[in-house]
Each structure stands twice: as structure tokens, then as C-alpha cells.
Design a protein around this ligand. Structure first.
Ligand code: G2I
Length: 342
């Protein structure tokens, strides 16, 4: 804490101060004037930590060599999600042949900087290699799926905080997406995947992750029913991920209530892929709403933005992140800090 001496009353006192001291006092007084909460949290991760939360970012391994990218990540974020590197097309491009190089690099970077890791994602209809889609028998596909989970989650055993075990398995109307897994294996594929993940890494927390689930609607209701059923039957599920890819001024009014109703089922809730289109005050307000909701829900343990900088966002035209293309902090950055109470 910097103590600011009281303003000297007498001119003689002031001129007696060495000029270096005068300069320090002047700079301190200026910074106090500019930022009233001079000692409050000054990074995303410290602001989140003050409320017991982790603040993460999706990371692409091939950007880690860019110094501004890595230094922004290392300074501001306490969690990491590999953006593509743990997906099936990368980790098992042909059956039984595994490739962990890029994901291992991200994991090593995260571990050396004390960041928590969200594994993403074991079972998804997208970024799926052709050999998986080509399997015609349900039992063979189930074997391929559970083996994939055993190998990938097994490789990272003990290193993953949360795994997105199954991603985007529902349609907007609450019906099951007709993925190859759904078509060949049927409804049971989701619980089979969770059981396989639990065997492979018993200490990782296991999540179901989806988008357009940010308020109460047909899709989030269907997921809610599934989680309730899993908890009743002892299927190992620990968490629900809310991607929260949002448009401008579209945070649902019941965002917090929706997180809370899932938490009340006995699972953690994570905001897993947050990005909000827009700029300026509107974007800042939208981000603040999401952060305040997470702060208000004790089982909301982490917020992850889907990228570090607008420059590399999957929807960079919407400038949806907290750092602009030059890594400058945006208005939304400051509103996130203050929504955490910083
Ligand atoms: O689509 C946004 C996200 C929705 N939820 C699941 C997330 O896993 C998903 O992430 C995005 C990545 O941000 C993109 O980077 O998933 C996309 C694929 O569905 C990723 O895009 C892919 C491109 O389609 C490929 O052409 C490219 O080779 O990224 C690959 C690696 O740069």
C-alpha cells in the first residue's frame, strides 16, 4: 500500500522535498486519481481469484510462440483449454494411432505457469476423423469411442481439472442430435462415455458441454433432465459447461437462475467458451452480467473466454474477446475486473 503524504501546507516544506520524492508523490497521486481502487485486483485471474474462481482462455498451440500472445495469457489467465488440440481428429487421426504432441505442449505450458487445464473434448460430432463416421456397427463404434476416451483421458490422467466428455449432443428443440454416435449406439452413448472417462481419470471432473443453453429453454431443459437422471442413477457427471457464445445484448435475463438450477442438481457449472459480439459499453455490460451471475453461484467455478485476442477468435469479425487485435485491454476487460469486485 502506497501512503500518500498529506499535501504540504507551506511552500517551504514542499520545496524542501528532494525532487525524486516529489516525483514519486506526484505519480502516486495521479494514479490514485485515475484508478480509485488502486490496490484492487489488477488482472483477470487475480480478480477472479478474489471470488474463488478461475479465469481461463482457449489456447492454440501454434500461437504460444508469439510473445505478446504468451505474455498476455501468462499474466492474465489462470486456466487453459486447448482450442483444437485434444479433439478426435488431432488425437486419433487413424484408428489406434494417437498423436498428443500439440496438446502436450499446451499442457506443459499450463503446468509450468500454474494454470488449471480443461480438457476439450472427448466425444463430439465435429472434427471427427472419417474412420469414426465410417463405422457401421453400434458395438464397434462403442468400442472405438470408449477406447479413444481410455487412451486420451488416460494419457492426461491426473493433469485435467475438468474434461468436456461429451460436447453438443442436443438440438435446439431438446431432441438428441443425430450424430453418428446417436445413430449407431443410441441414447446410451453419453453415459457410456462418462463411465469410460471416469475409469480413465477418476480424479478429473467430468462435464457435459453445450451452446444456446444460457437460459431456460427446450435445449437446456433436456440437458437438465439428463443430468438429473445421471445423478439419480449414479452415472459419473460432475459438471455442466455453458459455452456462452453470445450476440450483443443477448445475455438472457435468467442466466444466473439457469446456472443455479443446474448447480442445485449437485454439479459444478463452468462457463466454458465465453465470447460476446460487440464493442464498447454494450459489450462491457454484457460481460459484466455473465461475470456477476457466476460470482453469485458458488458452484460456478470457472469462466473461460474462447481465445485470448480478437485477432485469433473463431469469429474475429465480431470482436468478441477482452483483448483487441493489438492485445490492448478493451472496455469489457475492465468491466470484468469490476464485476468480480475489483
Ligand atoms: O465453433 C466454436 C466452438 C463451439 N464449441 C466447441 C468448440 O470446440 C468450437 O471451437 C472451434 C474452434 O475455435 C475453431 O478453431 O471449433 C472449430 C471447428 O468446429 C475450429 O475451427 C477449425 C477450423 O474449422 C479448421 O479449418 C481449422 O483447421 O480450426 C482448425 C484449426 O485451426
Amino acid at each position: 500500500m502506497i501512503k500518500i503524504p498529506r499535501t504540504p501546507r507551506r511552500r517551504t516544506t514542499r520545496s524542501a522535498l528532494p525532487s525524486a520524492v516529489t516525483a514519486v508523490v506526484a505519480v502516486a497521486a495521479l494514479s490514485v486519481a485515475a484508478t480509485p481502487a488502486a490496490n484492487a485486483a489488477s488482472t483477470l485471474k487475480s480478480a477472479a481469484a478474489s471470488k474463488g474462481k478461475t479465469f481461463g482462455a482457449a489456447v492454440a498451440n501454434y500461437h504460444l510462440g508469439e510473445s505478446q500472445y504468451a505474455s498476455t495469457l501468462d499474466t492474465e489467465f489462470s486456466g487453459v483449454t486447448p482450442e483444437n488440440e485434444m479433439k478426435w481428429d488431432t488425437t486419433e487421426p487413424s484408428r489406434g494411432s494417437f498423436n498428443f504432441g500439440a496438446a502436450d505442449s499446451i499442457v506443459a505450458h499450463a503446468q509450468s505457469h500454474g494454470m488449471k487445464i480443461r480438457g476439450h473434448t472427448l466425444v463430439w460430432h465435429n472434427q471427427l476423423p472419417g474412420w469414426v463416421s465410417g463405422i457401421s456397427s453400434g458395438s464397434d463404434l462403442n468400442n472405438a469411442m470408449t477406447n479413444h476416451i481410455a487412451q486420451v483421458a488416460g494419457h492426461y490422467r491426473g493433469k485435467i481439472w475438468y474434461w468436456d466428455v461429451v460436447n453438443e449432443a442436443f438440438n435446439e428443440d431438446g431432441s438428441r442430435r443425430q450424430s453418428v454416435f446417436q445413430q449407431r449406439i443410441g441414447n446410451a452413448y453419453i453415459e457410456n462415455a462418462f463411465r469410460a472417462a471416469h475409469s480413465a481419470d477418476p480424479n478429473a471432473k467430468l462435464c457435459y458441454n453445450d451452446y444456446n443453453t444460457d437460459g431456460q429453454n427446450a435445449k437446456s431443459n433436456a440437458i437438465y433432465a439428463m443430468v438429473q437422471d445421471f445423478k439419480n442413477r449414479g452415472v459419473p457427471i460432475d459438471c455442466v459447461g455453458f459455452q456462452s457464445h453470445l450476440g450483443s445484448n443477448q445475455v438472457p435475463g435468467d442466466y444466473q437462475a439457469n446456472l443455479q438450477r443446474f448447480a442445485n442438481l449437485g454439479v459444478d457449472v463452468n462457463i466454458t467458451e465465453l465470447d460476446i459480439a460487440g464493442s464498447g459499453q454494450q459489450q462491457a455490460d454484457d460481460y459484466a452480467k455473465v461475470v456477476r451471475a457466476c460470482v453469485a453461484v458458488s458452484r460456478c467455478t470457472s469462466i473461460t473466454t474462447w481465445g485470448v485476442t480478437d485477432k485469433y477468435s473463431w469469429r474475429s469479425g465480431s470482436t468478441p474477446l477482452l483483448f483487441d487485435g493489438n492485445y490492448a485491454k478493451k472496455q469489457a476487460y475492465y468491466s470484468v475486473i469490476s464485476a468480480f469486485g475489483g
